[in-house]
Design a protein around this ligand. Structure first.
Ligand code: DQA
Length: 144
């Protein structure tokens, strides 16, 4: 069975209560359940991991990527400065989809920079939890 890694970075464990006017009211467990249900229907296994630490994400990716077909990642604020995470992702030779709940281009200037965007297959920003499902769609139907 195809396996996808679903990764979330710092503070995304607080979804639901964290700045709901920006990030919405859906919790991370709810988002993961939505992705898992859609994946299961398509015969895909999801291995999910959240960490508030860059090294934790890197350890997980290094341990799991060889058995995975791709990565869906919302790196949180690491998006903007996480060079060690970038180096890790650059080395894994797997399709990576970068997901953000909020539209980074509508926010502070410093959020416009992503240190991983140029090594990702694609990027979804501003569509809320639906962004994760659309990212999964890429792994279900990579050709369209
Ligand atoms: C975020 C955007 C980041 O700038 C922020 O630091 C987050 C969440 C998003 O999903 O919109 O933690 O990645």
């Amino acid at each position: 069975m195809k396996t996808i890694l679903l990764l979330n970075g710092p503070n995304l464990n607080l979804l639901g209560s964290r700045q709901p006017e920006i990030y919405g009211r859906t919790t991370l467990p709810e988002i993961i359940a939505l992705v898992e249900a859609k994946a299961k229907a398509a015969g895909i296994e999801v291995k999910s991991f959240q960490s508030n630490h860059e090294g934790g994400l890197i350890d997980f990716i290094q341990a799991e990527y060889q058995n995975a077909a791709g990565v869906i990642i919302n790196p949180g604020a690491l998006t903007h400065y996480g060079y060690a995470l970038r180096d890790c992702l650059a080395g894994i030779d797997r399709p990576i989809i970068e997901v953000h709940l909020s539209n980074l281009d509508k926010r502070e200037e410093w959020r416009r920079k992503s240190v991983i965007a140029d090594i990702c297959t694609g990027r979804i920003s501003g569509l809320g939890p639906q962004g994760y499902l659309l990212a999964l769609e890429h792994f279900i139907k990579p050709g369209i």
